[in-house]
Design a protein. Structure first.
Length: 210
């Protein structure tokens, strides 16, 4: 997993409430287990006409400079609906590393952290300000500093701060996913297996024969 330390990039405004995971990535894409290639299907029903290929010019990610957005600013209850890890996979494959909203669905929120995306919860008043700035600024470039837990705005006005769980922050900063957290304890796992192999060797006989 790619570490998240500081991201400076275009922020795209998506002022919609209750954007569910089926809007983020339609269910027909869940047949794949690959984490790549889903970026083109991100927000498919919002981005494309019914033919699935013609872009809707009124959708934010189809307009400059938002085609290269690395930050998404949304409204309440982002990521609700069914549990699917494909939703953060699609965001990440498109290039989104951070999503800012007043609230997130719990499972989507956790899946973001597991895949290197930083979900930031801010008071709605602040989110509304950022949505407006992202829409109006000539250069809607924001900086998200995870170490300092700060959002630097294109206007140069007040820096917004955000809260983040210390353990999740550590994992993002160091690019550690669930497997990585297990591997951090590799020496303890090896020590345990060595002791167990001595004390209960029958548990390993079939493995050794194989």
């Amino acid at each position: 997993m790619e570490p998240f330390t500081k991201v400076t990039g275009i922020a795209a405004p998506l002022p919609l409430v209750n954007v569910d995971t089926d809007k983020i990535i339609p269910a027909k894409w869940l047949k794949t287990i690959k984490r790549t290639g889903l970026g083109t299907a991100l927000f498919e029903t919002l981005r494309y006409e019914d033919d699935g290929t013609t872009e809707r010019q009124d959708f934010v990610l189809n307009r400059e400079p938002y085609r290269k957005a690395e930050i998404l600013i949304a409204d309440d209850n982002f990521g609700c609906g069914s549990s699917r890890e494909h939703a953060p996979w699609a965001l990440l494959d498109f290039g989104i590393r951070c999503v800012i909203a007043p609230s997130f669905a719990d499972i989507f929120n956790n899946n973001c952290y597991k895949n290197g995306i930083l979900p930031i919860v801010l008071p709605k008043e602040q989110v509304d300000i950022l949505l407006q700035e992202a829409a109006d600024a000539e250069d809607p470039t924001f900086t998200i500093d995870l170490e300092k837990q700060e959002i630097h705005r294109p206007t140069g006005n007040e820096v917004f701060t955000f809260d983040v769980d210390p353990h999740k922050k550590h994992c993002l900063l160091n690019g550690i996913d669930d497997i990585g957290q297990t591997m951090e304890r590799q020496s303890k796992i090896d020590d345990f297996e060595a002791r167990q192999r001595t004390a209960e060797p029958w548990l390993y006989r079939e493995q050794e024969v194989a």
